[in-house]
Design a protein around this ligand. Structure first.
Ligand SMILES: Cc1cc2nc3c(=O)[nH]c(=O)nc-3n(C[C@H](O)[C@H](O)[C@H](O)COP(=O)(O)OP(=O)(O)OC[C@H]3O[C@@H](n4cnc5c(N)ncnc54)[C@H](O)[C@@H]3O)c2cc1C
Length: 415
């Protein structure tokens, strides 16, 4: 077991206040640590941009516990250690003949951390990874293990859990027969054309991501098209809402292939391959989710801040996600447009801008991503998540002495 103090998140913008980070090598070792410590909190691969993973006491990093992938073809599930990175398990899942329904932009993060925060890719018909969870194995406050299963009365309230219910040791997720995909680039699409057709643009392929700098256009739209089972390839258009097809970009070590070549799902759904620093590497991110029916109005409202946004922006990515029933989900109840800002590493400037940006999204009920920066306080969060009081009751029942309490949970969720 390795133990270290004063560690930081991936972006280097949060120094954990925890006493130390401990990396157990087995689930038994993790259970002993929970039973023998005062305050404990789960830690993934540290890719969140805020202090959601931080807590007093010790942080348990489960990335050293073996993956132990178990595929159940009959049930259509795969289970694995919660500290497993997507990129480490996806090729093995593919070789076994199976696939996840979607992934986020990077394969570097742990499945446990992704599920805890509702990490998502794009697709109007696709939910976050949390929606694919069949069951979670958790270590409770006394060190004993319990299993939370889809269908249990508390499941929808505790699957997207922000680390507040215990230490998740194994995750079981829905899988489907493996598939192949291709990525094709289009653009630019004039701003007004894009906003008038947001839902249709995002329905143009299995998974669609659009990139803008809030100028007169949406510079690039990336279609991630799924090849039907048994087919060699899938047809893609030559033009997308006035945006011509752009020259393909082969895999370059930093991005997955965006050249129309057909490849495995795990090498097309993420934007970045596992063996590189993802995204810009020097950045801050914020993201908000607005009901898809308000997409055009929300984007126009943000564009009114373009002069203040642009000096700090790397790029803004627009995606969609399907409604789900999970109580803490940012997409609970309604299909959404996801508005994700990758900012330059100007944390003070971004922090100063966020209240105005979030005020522009307030009329549309813009909910923030749990793993990214936001200025919203507990009152604002309370208004945006109607089932929060019930989540608090579940947390209190699962962890009466608040062994797993986090600073973020106390400040933002009043848990
Ligand atoms: C470059 C970059 C790109 C990104 N792209 C996307 C994207 O495409 N889509 C998206 O939605 N998000 C994206 N994110 C955000 C990121 O996916 C989330 O913040 C995710 O939660 C990070 O997972 P992690 O393993 O690093 O978890 P951490 O940040 O370490 O922890 C996140 C939460 O999970 C809890 N947790 C983790 N493991 C356990 C466990 N075993 N038991 C109990 N609790 C646990 C922690 O307590 C904490 O609450 C991106 C982040 C970066 C840095």
């Amino acid at each position: 077991m390795r133990s270290t103090a004063r560690e930081r998140n991936w972006s280097g913008t949060v120094t954990y206040s925890a006493e130390r980070v401990v990396r157990p090598r087995s689930i038994d070792e993790a259970a002993e640590l929970v039973a023998g410590s005062g305050r404990v909190h789960g830690l993934g691969t540290r890719h969140s941009f805020n202090d959601v993973a931080d807590a007093p006491g010790i942080l348990l990093d489960l990335t050293g516990i073996p993956t132990d992938l178990v595929v159940d073809p009959e049930a259509g599930t795969a289970s694995m250690g919660a500290g497993t990175r997507y990129g480490a398990v996806a090729p093995a899942l593919d070789r076994a003949g199976f696939a996840l329904h979607n992934t986020g932009s990077l394969p570097h993060i742990s499945l446990g951390g992704a599920i805890a925060t509702g990490t998502h890719g794009s697709g109007t018909a696709l939910g976050s990874l949390s929606t694919a969870v069949r069951s979670l194995e958790l270590i409770g406050p006394d060190g004993s293990t319990r299993t939370l299963r889809r269908g249990d009365p508390d499941f929808d309230g505790s699957v997207l859990h922000l680390g507040l219910f215990g230490i998740v040791t194994r995750v079981e997720v829905d899988v489907q027969p493996t598939y192949r995909m291709r990525q094709d680039r289009f653009g630019p699409v004039p701003w007004d054309v894009f906003t008038a057709n947001v839902a249709a643009v995002h329905a143009a392929a299995y998974s669609v991501c659009a990139f803008t700098l809030f100028g007169d256009e949406v510079g690039e739209v990336l279609l991630k098209s799924r090849v039907p089972a048994g087919a060699e390839d899938v047809a893609v258009p030559e033009d997308l809402f006035g945006g011509p097809r752009l020259p393909g970009l082969a895999a370059d070590g930093h991005h997955t292939a965006r050249d129309g070549s057909v490849g495995p799902w795990w090498d097309r759904l993420p934007h970045f391959p596992i063996d590189t620093v993802p995204s810009h590497g020097s950045e801050v991110q914020s993201e908000h989710f607005v009901p898809l029916r308000h997409a055009a109005a929300a984007l126009d409202a943000l564009r009114g801040l373009a002069d203040r946004i642009q000096p700090h922006l790397h790029v803004c990515e627009l995606r969609t996600m399907a409604a789900d029933p999970l109580w803490l989900s940012p997409t609970q109840g309604e299909d959404v447009l996801c508005i994700a800002f990758t900012w330059q590493k100007h944390p003070e400037a971004v922090a100063a801008l966020l209240p105005d940006l979030e005020a522009r999204l307030a009329p549309f009920g813009g909910r923030p991503h749990w793993g990214k920066t936001s200025s919203l306080d507990a009152d604002a969060v309370e208004a945006l998540w109607p089932r929060l009081p019930e989540v608090r009751r579940l947390v209190a029942a699962a962890d009466p002495d608040r062994v797993f309490a986090s600073s973020f949970g106390a400040r933002v969720l009043r848990t």
